[in-house]
Structure formats: structure tokens, C-alpha cells
Design a protein around this ligand. Structure first.
Ligand SMILES: [Zn+2]
Length: 55
């Protein structure tokens, strides 16, 4: 089952189901597979600022 992660600053949600075209992340990429240099496309917060979100 895919998960989603929400940026706690801007409430942007990364969904493993859709990936993130803005960051060249393919659909189906899990949170663990995303590099530690990933930043929120909207506010540039790093991965530590994200929390698992309920769909
Ligand atoms: Zn953000």
C-alpha cells in the first residue's frame, strides 16, 4: 500500500502513488527511495519536515 507524506510547513503532500514530476520523481517511488537531498517543491523544506499523512 502506498503512503503519503505531508510537509508540515506548507502542507504539500508527496504521494508515493503519483511521485513528483516537479522533482523528476517517478510514480511509485517510495519515501525511503527518495534521496535525503529532496526538498518540498513549494517551500524547500527538507525531508525531516515531512510527516506521514493519512489518505
Ligand atoms: Zn513545504
Amino acid at each position: 500500500m502506498s503512503k503519503s507524506y505531508e510537509c508540515q510547513i506548507f502542507h504539500y503532500i508527496y504521494s508515493e502513488l503519483t511521485g513528483e514530476p516537479l522533482a523528476d520523481i517517478e510514480a511509485g517511488t517510495t519515501w525511503e527511495q527518495i534521496g535525503e537531498d529532496f526538498k518540498c517543491p513549494h517551500c524547500h523544506a527538507n525531508k525531516k519536515m515531512f510527516r506521514e499523512a493519512l489518505e
